[in-house]
Design a protein around this ligand. Structure first.
Ligand SMILES: Cc1ncc(COP(=O)(O)O)c(C=O)c1O
Length: 379
């Protein structure tokens, strides 16, 4: 009954674990959920107020497919000023979340059999989006420090069309530095590849500087930047993301957008505009809280023999479980013995096999309680 396109496409592992947590909660179990990549903060008040105002002013209809002009202009300004990429409003498309932007890119540029390189492990949706669009994933191993250039070389073929980067990274939490990005840029130029650079965690960063690969020489014309409001402003439910891309790709994405969702939600676009043009103090406060949580969870996990690096960005700890079994065994144990939900690392690619991902986008109270339960379980 289903199309061949869906062969081998799994349900999103992160969303699946979230559903499982809800189901257990409904059964009355005292579940602690470390699986969802969703800030637990309330969307800041001034953003909600802007949405109410948009409602009162009657902005409740379709907008232009690429998004309202004011928002596209503000996004372009942000990208020029903060990311040092020469962008105009026409180069921006506002989408229903970063996910929709990623789908539109894949549907616009991939033909059946085109190959796409991922740095393994990679966020679950990249692979699904590539496969649904008819592309083939090729995994390049990313070592803990520095990208192994060789392994990029071994993943490339004459069919390779694109490489996907995600820095700050989900699930590992690394931030790609300028020298690594230069190496990848040279590789992309040498092999004439597009680069999809997912920068959605750019503000959730702990002391490192975020650099967009699109700002490097020769890269603007071959890079698609994906970004959005879900993580930075705790706006997951508003469904606003965006892409910056070369003109031909924006045209392709617009066709898909017009024939699918028409445009991103109008009220949410006004809320996103308010998020960009007002004080960024709310972002600083949320990031400071993520940083406090990071300190606690990373120390506690390492003390328990669950090795993990200190994430440089994003809100995930990618934890090595090999002292206690592989990722699936450990995930199941956490669930069955102490009602703790995490995401098994193999969902993110072959390199994730002995890892689980803990999201610390959950309260400090839950983090402390969760670590106590795990300590007891392992005792
Ligand atoms: C790396 C990455 N990119 C994009 C997204 C999509 O976010 P949204 O569709 O809410 O904008 C996520 C969400 O988990 C993510 O982790």
């Amino acid at each position: 009954m289903l199309s061949r396109r869906l062969n081998g496409i799994e349900e999103s592992a992160t969303i699946k674990m979230g559903h499982l947590a809800k189901q257990l909660q409904e059964e009355g179990k005292d579940v602690l959920n470390f699986s969802l990549g969703e800030p637990d903060f309330k969307t800041p008040d001034h953003i909600c107020e802007a949405a109410k105002k948009a409602l009162d002013l009657g902005y409740t209809h379709y907008t232009s497919s690429a998004g309202i002009t004011e928002l596209r202009e503000e996004i372009a300004k942000k990208i020029r000023e903060e990311n040092k990429v020469d962008v105009k409003a026409e180069d921006v498309i506002v989408t229903t979340g970063g996910k929709q932007a990623i789908y539109e890119v894949m549907m616009s540029v991939l033909d059946e059999g085109d190959e796409v390189i991922f740095l393994d492990p990679a966020w679950v949706t990249f692979e699904a989006a590539v496969r649904i669009a008819g592309g083939k994933p090729r995994w390049a191993k990313r070592v803990e420090k520095g990208v192994k250039y060789d392994s990029l070389e071994s993943a490339v073929s004459e069919k390779t069309k694109m490489i996907i980067l995600n820095s700050p990274n989900n699930p590992v939490g690394y931030v790609l530095g300028e020298s690594e990005l230069k190496e990848i840029a040279e590789f992309a130029l040498e092999h004439n590849l597009l680069v999809l650079s997912d920068e959605i965690y750019e503000k959730i960063i702990y002391g490192r500087r975020h650099v967009s690969i699109a700002s490097l020489d020769g890269m603007r014309e071959r890079t698609i930047i994906i970004n959005g409001f879900s993580k930075t402003y705790a706006m997951t439910g508003w469904r606003i993301g965006y892409a910056i891309a070369p003109a031909a790709i924006i045209t392709g994405m617009l066709k898909i957008q017009q024939h699918s969702v028409t445009c991103a939600p109008s009220i949410s676009q006004f809320a996103a505009l308010a998020a960009l043009i007002n004080s960024q103090e709310c972002v600083k406060e949320m990031v400071a809280e993520f940083k406090r949580r990071r300190e606690v969870i990373v120390k506690r996990l390492n003390d328990l023999g669950l090795r993990c690096l200190n994430p440089e960005g994003s809100f995930y700890a990618f934890v090595n479980t090999s002292n206690y079994g592989n990722d699936l065994e450990f995930t199941e144990r956490l669930l069955k013995e102490v009602y703790i939900i995490v995401t098994p690392g193999s969902a993110f690619g072959p390199a994730g096999k002995d890892y689980v991902r803990f999201s610390f986008a959950t309260s400090m109270v839950n983090i402390v309680a969760g670590m106590e339960r795990i300590e007891e379980m392992l005792r």
